[in-house]
Design a binder for this molecule. Structure first.
Ligand code: ZN
Length: 54
C-alpha cells in the first residue's frame, strides 16, 4: 500500500493521522493541518487519516 503525504503551505509535512486534525461536519469529515489550521484536501486527508507511523 502506497503512502500519501501532503506538504502544507505552512511547510509542515503531513504524513500520519496525528498530523491532521479531523473535524466531523454535517457534510462529512474535514481535515486540517495540526500546525496552522489550513484545510487539507479531503481525498488526501482521508488517506492520511488511516496512516500510522510504524
Ligand atoms: Zn500547516
Amino acid at each position: 500500500m502506497s503512502r500519501t503525504s501532503y506538504r502544507c503551505s505552512c511547510g509542515a509535512e503531513i504524513r500520519y493521522k496525528q498530523d491532521v486534525e479531523t473535524r466531523s461536519t454535517t457534510t462529512g469529515r474535514r481535515f486540517i493541518c495540526r500546525d496552522c489550521g489550513t484545510p487539507v484536501p479531503g481525498t488526501v486527508g482521508e488517506k492520511i487519516s488511516h496512516q500510522n507511523p510504524s
